[in-house]
Design a binder for this molecule. Structure first.
Ligand code: UGA
Ligand code: MN
Length: 468
């Protein structure tokens, strides 16, 4: 039997035990809640650094569903922003660079006779002999690197839709698959690289529940027609333009020289740049060469380009890019979705400093240019693009040999074309993304002194000079 004191101390002991227990529970609860909070904060931070989930990614509008307003193509331009400028760029570009071009270097072509495409241009001349040549398949006839050694020369211009799987936020791209078009057979597909596969695997293991990839359709092809001619600045101009074009996906560069035969130095430069290209020739007709008055520069070249497209292209967009101008790569992504004709401002044109469509209350309301000259379309060559489908619907459209009126003549030859069918790009002509820059003319290089420098490096670089 317990004494009352003992009983009391027992009660106290029980009480203090209960209190201690309560305290511990409270403490554990506090620790538990605090830990949960810390985990939640860490999880939020972790998630914020992960790639976007599929439903957060913006799917590029299919060509057919893209809206006609210029603002939609403007948004599109950011989606298809130059790969080099994206985080994901390197892998995209490498894949494309290797996949797109089947370049035949000097060794591969020394013995090859190269013929320009089978168009009916009367002033076009077949490139032949020791010229360099590249075979390009557009869009995205992907060939493996080993194909580059293939000596057969064939030009495949296919019109296909290739599905590319890509993450927008991450540096992973898997180029691939499929495609269906008008009875044209697509040669190959590129397998994802080993590095890519292991990366996908690793990512899959970590984020099993997150969709990391989203299918994006291939953008329509761009055909860039560049007239060029022999002069000391030629290789420098082509190099600068070429590396600009290297930022643009799904593009075929039609370099067309005002000459009777191709120049191996030009071909070598184009090979080195690595943009998919065709190098053709189209000399200016003699009658214009001999005139003392202004010459129609680059006209036979551009008409040759149009003939090429009529024979080889079915969709996409064409653009006349003189070799000496300056181009912001964003304009290429915007012009890509042109339905008929698109226009935008060109800087450094005439005394107005810029040539541009005038937009009033959202509508095309004339043109701003230092020289109107009775033209219906007083625009610069760098300021418009035309859809290939629309070109096919205007089989007689061509550029006139009329100095100062080349653009106007060509655009008029696309009639009927309503003003409200002209798409106004570059933020509805509020931005300047192309410039009519002109390179200072350089005198021809002095003759090389073989006796003095024959056994030096100068003997090599002397051969790289373009002499008029
Ligand atoms: C301006 C326009 O921007 C040209 O598009 C237009 O053809 C020319 O005027 C014109 O109206 O004659 P501009 O800078 O004055 O151009 O001319 P260039 O840059 O000297 O020539 C335009 C393009 O034609 C260049 O790509 C150039 O390489 C090529 N070109 C020039 C030839 O193919 N052959 C030539 O004899 C001269
Ligand atoms: Mn120029």
């Amino acid at each position: 039997m317990l004494l009352p004191q003992a009983k009391e101390s027992k009660v106290n002991e029980n009480l203090s035990n209960k209190m201690a227990l309560g305290k511990s529970i409270k403490m554990y609860l506090t620790i538990f809640i605090a830990t949960t909070c810390i985990y939640m904060v860490l999880y939020q931070y972790h998630m914020s650094r992960q790639p976007l989930a599929a439903n957060e990614l913006v799917k590029h509008p299919e060509k057919s569903s893209s809206s006609s307003s210029s603002s939609s193509s403007y948004i599109a331009s950011y989606l298809w922003a130059p790969p080099m400028l994206n985080n994901s760029s390197n892998s995209i570009n490498t894949t494309m660079g290797q996949g797109l071009v089947q370049v035949h270097g000097p060794n591969a072509t020394d013995t090859s006779s190269v013929s320009s495409s089978s168009s009916a241009a009367s002033n076009s001349v077949s490139a032949s002999g020791s010229s360099f040549y590249s075979t390009v398949s557009l869009p995205l006839t992907l060939s493996s690197a080993s194909d580059a050694n293939n000596k057969s020369i064939s030009t495949t211009t296919t019109s296909t839709t290739t599905t590319t799987t890509t993450t927008v936020a991450n540096a992973v791209v898997s180029a691939t698959t499929t495609t269906t078009t008008t009875a044209q057979k697509l040669k190959t597909t590129t397998q994802p690289s080993h590095a890519h596969k292991s990366m996908v695997k690793a990512m899959g293991a970590v984020h099993k529940i997150r969709t990391t990839f989203v299918a994006v359709s291939e953008p329509p092809p761009l055909y860039i027609i560049t007239p060029t001619y022999r002069r000391p600045e030629q290789l420098a101009e082509l190099t600068r333009l070429g590396y600009t074009l290297k930022h643009v996906l799904n593009l075929l560069w039609l370099v067309i020289e005002d000459a009777n035969k191709t120049n191996p130095l030009v071909a070598h430069t184009l090979d080195r740049i690595g943009v998919p290209y065709e190098y053709l020739v189209a000399p200016m007709p003699e009658q214009y060469k001999l005139t003392k008055r202004a010459k129609p520069r680059g006209v036979s070249n551009r008409n040759r380009g149009l003939d090429y497209l009529r024979a080889n292209a079915t969709e996409g967009v064409l653009y006349f890019a003189d070799d000496d101008n300056t181009y912001d790569v964003n304009i290429f992504e915007q012009m890509r979705y042109t339905k008929k004709v698109s226009m935008w401002p060109v800087g450094l044109v005439t005394k107005t400093g810029v040539s541009s469509p005038i937009i009033r209350e959202g509508k095309l309301d004339g043109y701003y240019d230092g020289w109107i000259g009775g033209r219906k379309y007083p625009v610069d060559m760098a300021g418009f693009a035309v859809s290939v489908k629309f070109l096919h619907e205007r089989p007689h459209a061509k550029m006139p040999f009329k100095p100062g009126y080349e653009e106007d003549g060509f655009l008029r030859s696309l009639a009927p074309l309503q003003n409200n069918e002209i798409e106004l790009l570059a933020d509805e002509c509020r931005e300047i993304l192309t410039w009519h820059t002109q390179t200072k003319k350089n005198p021809a290089a002095l003759p090389f002194n073989q006796t003095r420098y024959g056994n030096t490096n100068l003997a090599f670089i002397e051969k790289l000079l373009v002499r008029p």
